[in-house]
Every structure is written in structure tokens, then in C-alpha cells.
Design a protein around this ligand. Structure first.
Ligand SMILES: *[C@@H]1O[C@H](CO)[C@@H](O)[C@H](O)[C@H]1NC(C)=O
Ligand SMILES: *[C@@H]1O[C@H](CO)[C@@H](O)[C@H](O)[C@H]1NC(C)=O
Length: 479
């Protein structure tokens, strides 16, 4: 009898503990942009908006360094291109952990919680490129963390896209890991379970809509209007249905109790007809309502931990997945909030706090000057400008798709000119370009002026390796 009591008490204590720790919203901080915002300014923005957790896609110590002493919990990232060497040799993993992890811990250091090994390494579009290396790399990193004596606090995880599981019937209860990687996934989830580490999954209702024109639009949001029935459970949004498909897949893999973190979730605002601010606001309002209710999903009641994707628009991201890919920010490229967003889930009309102390280049733009009759030249120059800048807003259904052809050329010229810091030569275009002081923006289509990037910020992003070396020396001296 007494023994039973002890167990019951421990169970209660654990449950309470879990609930108390998970109430904080996280966000992904990506930096694939031509004009990165000063990391000091970004850290202030994270604090001003109450973010308690941030996930990075790399581990450049300069960036992580700015998070030291802030109380913000950090997930470091290891890009896919580093998986191979980390998988081959445990000594590399040890060096990695020493240089990029343990050096930054300690009093007043960086509060590192997870090391994300790879980013969606099993995406079907990678055609198996990382299936041999990702898991060995993760094991090596965890072993190195253990050996450094920090393995209890810092866990190796692997952010995976929701495409690692599937359901033949589209019902959650038929959820299983994808056939081609099922054995591998079974091993990975067992490893995570044994290490007390969570399963990190990226879930994108927008992509359900984007990839399938028959997908019921209401189901991508949280306002009802469409439902699926799965045995005695009703799902009214694809997020919960998708999440519970994973719960079933975990059950089938023999790890029904593995905890789950949503590593990325969000909605883009340009580059496709369904990617706009109105839809993004609708999606986030619903998501925050679900999160605030602490109801969880039908199969996983309780709080859900999420990291929003992402912080800013990133104008140099690959658009292989689609033109929306550069428009995932809850803030614009310059740190301005895009739309009202109440992260507490109360549905109040609240603006996020924008970036403070961002300076802009002069208010001037590059446009098509002479309406040259050489249409071939205009077309060539337009495509050339687009190939070296960002024209995703000009594509079908996007915010600038309604411009007439000449204005479209102006948009392309300006994009290139701004990306190149308004250098005069960047507005030549074989004599077609002209710099103007009057803003050519229309109601829906914004011609931006870029932000100033100071030398230190430029250096820490451009020369990450050198800067990381310098910062390790500095940190080393401090310790
Ligand atoms: C630390 O991380 C950086 C950035 O990803 C990487 O370039 C570097 O090789 C890592 N250090 C070691 C010792 O692996
Ligand atoms: C999962 O958790 C439940 C309740 O806490 C427990 O009864 C069950 O044995 C666990 N299952 C496994 C496979 O650990």
C-alpha cells in the first residue's frame, strides 16, 4: 500500500512539473537574409515580446553569445551539411560540443536546452541523402554531451517534417512512420525515449492547402466549418489531426509516451494566393486560442509546446518549396510587426513590439526610367534583376502580381538596388534604371527601402567562422 502511494505521488509531482514548465512560447530565428538585423536588437525584440525560447538553425557563437544571460532558452542547430562528418567520427562530435556548446554554458552563459541535429533531414525531396548520417550524428552528439557532463540538461533532438509519418486513410488512427524510413524511425524514437528527449516535429497546415487544391480550406484554420470523424473522435482542424497522426505513429513504434514539441508552425504572408496577412492572422488567432486553452489534442491532452516559424522574412531563402518561402516572418524583414497578434490567446487587438533602433537607407528607389521600345532588353534586365534579388511578391496571387508589366520591371530593379545597398551602379540596367525620391508603392504592393547593416553585424554574419573563433577566445578568457 505504502509503495503504491509513493508511486502515485511521484506521478502527480511529475505531471505538475511538466505543466508548469511548458507554458512559454518559442520562436525560430532564421538568418537567410541579405540584411540581417543587429543581433542585439533582435534579442531586445525577443524580450519585449516575452519570448522565452528561441531556436536557431546554426550554432554560430556570435548569435548565441547575444543570448547569454538573458534567461531565454536556446536550441542550437546543426545544418544538414555537417551531419556527415559528425556521423563518421566521434572525435568531431566531441570537438563540436566543446566549441559550440560547453564553452558557452556556466554562470551568466547561454541557456542551451537542445541541440537540433539536422533540419528535416528525411524530407522526401532530399531523396535519402541524409538517412545514413543523421541518426549516427545525433547519437555522437548526445554521447559527447553526456561525456562533457551536460547530457542531463542538454538533449540532442532531430527536427523532422510531418512527412516522416503518414496515414493511408487520412485518419489519425492509421498513423504510421513512412515506409522507406520506418525501421530507422523506430530506432530513433527508442533512442529519444531512452534519453528522455522529445520528438520535434514541424507541422504546416498552410502546406496542406498549398500542395492540394482540393484540401478543405476551413480545415487549415481553427474556426470550424469542416471536420473529420475518426472512430469516436472529431477533428475540426488539420493541426490536431496531424499531431495525433504522429501520436499513433509513436504508439505503433512502441513509444506511446514520447513527448512531442512542435519545432515549427506558422503561416506565410506573401508569394501565393493563400499566403496573405488576413489568413496568417486568422491562423495565429486560432492557434494561440488552442494553445492558451491548454486542452491539447484529443490524444494528448495538456499543454502543447511550440516554436513559431519564424521571426523575420528572409529574402535569400531557397524558393524551391514555393514563392511563399521568403515570407514566413511574424515580423517584416526590418523587424516591423506585420499584423495584430495576441499571443496570450485572448483575441485582443494587440500589436507585437517591433525592433528598436533599426536604421534605414535613404528614402529612394530604383525604377524603370525610359520606356525603351526594346522589349527584349527590358525583359532580359528584369529577369536578371529577379535572379539576383527577390521577386516572389510579383508571382501569381502575390501582393504585387497586379502591377502592370512596366511597374513589375520597376519592382525587380528596386529589389536588386535595395539588396545592393542602393549603390548607384546597382540601378543602371543598361541605361534603363533611374533613381527616384517618390515612393512607387501601391496600396497592396510595397517597394521597400532596405535597412542599414553596421560593420559588426555584417562581420559576425559574413565571417561566422572567424568571429566564432574570436568569441571562443573571449569566452575562454572569461571562464
Ligand atoms: C561549430 O559550429 C560552427 C557553425 O555551424 C561550425 O562551422 C563549426 O565547425 C563548429 N565547430 C566544430 C569544432 O565542429
Ligand atoms: C505510458 O504511460 C502510461 C501512463 O503513465 C503507462 O501506464 C504506460 O505503461 C506507459 N507505456 C510505456 C510503453 O511506457
Amino acid at each position: 500500500m505504502a509503495a503504491t502511494w509513493v508511486i502515485a505521488l511521484i506521478l502527480v509531482a511529475t505531471t505538475v512539473n511538466v505543466v508548469a514548465n511548458t507554458n512559454d512560447l518559442g520562436v525560430n530565428w532564421g538568418t537567410l537574409t541579405s540584411h540581417p538585423i543587429d543581433p542585439k536588437v533582435v534579442v531586445q525584440l525577443l524580450k519585449d515580446n516575452g519570448f522565452k525560447k528561441v531556436k536557431l538553425f546554426d550554432s554560430d557563437p556570435p548569435m548565441a553569445g547575444f543570448l547569454a544571460g538573458t534567461g531565454i532558452e536556446v536550441t542550437l542547430g546543426i545544418p544538414n551539411d555537417q551531419l556527415e562528418f559528425l556521423s563518421i567520427d566521434y572525435e568531431y562530435a566531441k570537438e563540436w560540443v566543446k566549441e559550440n556548446c560547453t564553452l558557452h554554458l556556466g554562470h551568466g552563459g547561454v541557456d542551451i536546452k537542445y541541440v537540433a541535429v539536422g533540419n528535416e533531414p528525411f524530407l522526401t525531396s532530399y531523396k535519402g541523402r541524409f538517412t545514413k548520417t543523421a541518426f549516427p550524428a545525433m547519437k555522437n552528439i548526445q554521447r559527447a554531451l553526456n561525456e562533457e557532463g551536460v547530457g542531463k540538461k542538454i538533449k540532442a533532438v532531430m527536427p523532422l517534417n510531418a512527412d516522416v509519418y503518414e496515414s493511408k486513410s487520412d485518419k489519425p488512427s492509421d498513423g504510421v512512420f513512412r515506409g522507406d524510413i520506418r525501421d530507422l524511425m523506430n530506432k530513433i524514437v527508442r533512442f529519444l525515449m531512452d534519453n528522455n528527449s522529445p520528438f520535434v516535429v514541424n507541422i504546416y497546415p498552410f502546406l496542406s492547402l498549398y500542395l492540394n487544391s482540393d484540401f478543405p480550406s476551413d480545415f487549415a484554420f481553427f474556426d470550424g466549418g469542416y471536420a473529420i470523424q475518426d472512430k469516436n473522435v472529431q477533428y475540426t482542424n488539420v493541426f490536431e489531426a496531424n499531431f495525433d497522426t504522429l501520436v499513433y505513429a509513436l504508439k505503433n513504434a512502441g513509444t506511446p509516451n514520447l513527448s512531442i514539441i512542435v519545432g515549427e508552425i506558422g503561416w506565410p504572408t506573401d508569394g501565393h494566393k493563400a499566403a496573405n496577412k488576413a489568413n496568417a492572422k486568422k491562423f495565429y488567432d486560432g492557434l494561440f486560442r488552442v494553445l492558451a486553452s491548454d486542452k491539447g489534442t484529443p490524444l494528448r491532452p495538456g499543454e502543447i509546446q511550440v516554436y513559431l516559424f519564424g521571426l523575420f522574412d528572409e529574402d535569400t531563402k531557397s524558393i524551391e518549396p514555393g514563392n511563399f518561402e521568403r515570407h514566413w516572418g511574424i515580423f517584416d524583414f526590418d523587424g516591423k510587426p506585420k499584423f495584430a497578434m495576441d499571443m496570450s490567446g485572448n483575441g485582443a487587438h494587440k500589436e507585437l513590439v517591433g525592433a528598436k533602433g533599426v536604421n534605414y537607407l535613404p528614402k529612394q528607389w530604383c525604377v524603370l526610367a525610359s520606356y525603351s521600345t526594346d522589349q527584349n532588353l527590358i525583359d532580359d534586365q528584369t529577369s536578371w534583376a529577379c535572379s539576383k534579388s527577390d521577386c516572389t511578391a510579383l508571382q501569381d496571387g502575390a501582393s504585387c502580381s497586379d502591377l502592370d508589366p512596366k511597374r513589375k520591371t520597376s519592382y525587380a530593379f528596386n529589389s536588386y538596388y535595395q539588396m545592393n545597398d542602393q549603390h548607384e551602379e546597382a540601378c543602371d540596367f543598361e541605361g534603363l534604371g533611374m533613381i527616384v525620391k517618390q515612393n512607387p508603392s501601391t496600396e497592396s504592393c510595397k517597394f521597400s527601402t532596405q535597412i542599414e547593416v553596421d560593420g559588426a553585424t555584417r562581420l559576425s554574419f559574413a565571417y561566422g567562422a572567424i568571429a566564432s573563433f574570436i568569441s571562443s577566445i573571449t569566452l575562454f578568457n572569461l571562464l
